[in-house]
Design a protein. Structure first.
Length: 441
């Protein structure tokens, strides 16, 4: 069922790719659809395919198992081979744009296949200007992966996923996810527009010890252009998360004001700020008093909880465009549906990234950041993670590219002794026809 839904999404994506035609009005402050999908170095790129083989060193994999002393098992250094493939790019017609970003890899570390891993991710965005006043934006994101470091290597594809960020994963276990949505924008005048939309999402965990999630969100916004370069507006959103097989659900209402501006030709800045109201219900473990424990013959029990909070939310992004590159800084404070252990949580995250696609030989991407999760009702300690990485490609004869990548993370659970560090290094050759350097990330 899980694999079938993802295959179905990919089939729909390929059908859409064959049938669509048109061009694109341009991004607004609250853009979606094809905006940014398949881009490299901040610019639109024609459709690009690639496939390659790399040697891989991987450390810090956290298995869902205990040793004979009851301690968590962290796998030692793994050395193996990775086969990777994918495609990215966008295409513009007169009234529409289609963007595609797909990556897959299979990692073989020997050992009879016990440590082998597979990662795949697809993002497909489509924007259609139906008339002078009406525009539709559609986007679907889905995939499967086994480890956080492999997921971090997907780079831009996770920026469109509300439900899954690899840097928040605590265990390296197979995870499936699918998210899709549609927005409609009514352009009342050259200065004022209204947008309504919705999306559904679901995440499945292969391990029965981790919790899956499903939900939806509905949004409405108004945007007004103060000038050619500056817009302001307001957004309302309603989100619902539920956790199949586990008693628990969340309803979140949020309202945010936003402003976006472009200055000095190359810099753009967006800022959102507001408040959200979260109602969270579920189950949590409690320690019984010594007297009750003696009476019942057990030291702990489970009880239902309900929590309601008003909390601040917001985000900020600063971007600098270059002729062949892009520099970005971002921060957000929001509600996340969790990671299979932490359920509905407030999250702070920040990231900086730079991407460059040279005219002749070199493609480069560097990024780093942090994220945190604090449960809104489970009563468990907060979680924090730091991550970073770099990827490069160098063009060789015969449509070959020398490619290399490094990924890093460090995560910890506060007030506990748990922390874990992971590193992944890979290098090899990739085949990809094209006139500019390859940029997988």
């Amino acid at each position: 069922m899980k694999k079938g839904l993802i295959v179905l999404a990919c089939s729909i994506a390929s059908t859409a790719f064959a049938q669509l035609g048109g061009g694109y009005l341009g991004p607004a402050v609250l853009s979606s659809g094809a905006t940014g999908v398949g881009n490299r170095g901040g610019e639109q790129v024609d459709l690009r395919f690639y496939a390659g083989v790399m040697g891989v060193y991987n450390s810090g994999e956290q298995a869902i198992s205990l040793d004979s002393k009851g301690n968590l098992v962290t796998l030692g250094a793994l050395v193996g081979v990775s086969v990777n493939w994918g495609a990215y790019g966008s295409h513009a017609w007169k009234t529409a744009t289609l963007g595609l970003d797909y990556h897959g890899d299979f990692e073989d570390y020997g050992g009879g296949g016990a440590n082998n891993m597979i990662n795949q991710s697809l993002t497909l965005g489509y924007t259609k200007q139906v008339s002078r006043r009406l525009r539709f934006d559609a986007r679907v994101t889905g995939g499967v992966f086994n480890n956080a470091l492999g997921g971090l290597g997907f780079g831009p594809m996770y920026t469109s996923s509300q439900i899954l960020q690899p840097s928040t994963l605590l265990f390296d276990s197979r995870t499936y996810f699918l998210q899709g949505g549609l927005n409609a924008t009514y352009i009342q005048s050259p200065r004022t527009s209204y947008t309504v939309g919705g999306q559904g999402f679901e995440m499945w965990q292969q391990s029965s010890q981790l919790v899956g999630m499903q939900g939806y969100s509905l949004t409405g916004s108004v945007e007004h252009k103060l000038s050619k370069y500056t817009s302001v507006g307001f957004t309302y959103a309603r989100q619902h998360y539920s956790y199949p097989g586990t008693f628990g659900q969340s309803d979140i209402d949020s309202g945010m004001l936003f402003v976006g501006t472009t200055f000095d030709r190359y810099w753009s800045f967006t800022l959102q700020g507001g408040v959200y109201h979260a109602e969270v219900s579920g189950l949590q473990a409690v320690t019984l008093s010594p007297v009750i424990a003696a009476l019942l013959g057990q030291s702990a029990s489970v009880q239902a909880f309900y929590v309601a909070n008003y909390l601040p939310s917001g985000s900020a992004s600063l971007t600098r465009k270059f002729k062949r590159g892009s520099l970005n800084f971002s921060f957000s404070r929001m509600v996340m549906p969790g990671n299979g252990i932490y359920l509905t949580s407030k999250s702070d995250s920040g990231m900086a990234s730079y991407s460059y696609t040279g005219i002749r030989k070199v493609g480069l991407n560097v990024n780093g950041g942090y994220t945190s999760l604090a449960s809104l009702g489970q009563g468990i300690p907060p979680y924090r993670a730091w991550f970073g990485g770099a990827g490069m490609s160098y063009s060789l004869p015969y449509k070959l590219h020398l490619t290399a990548q490094y990924s890093y993370f460090y995560n910890e659970i506060q007030t506990q002794a748990y922390n874990n560090t992971g590193n992944m290094v890979s290098a090899g050759l990739t085949f990809s026809p094209g006139s500019i350097p390859l940029s997988i990330w």
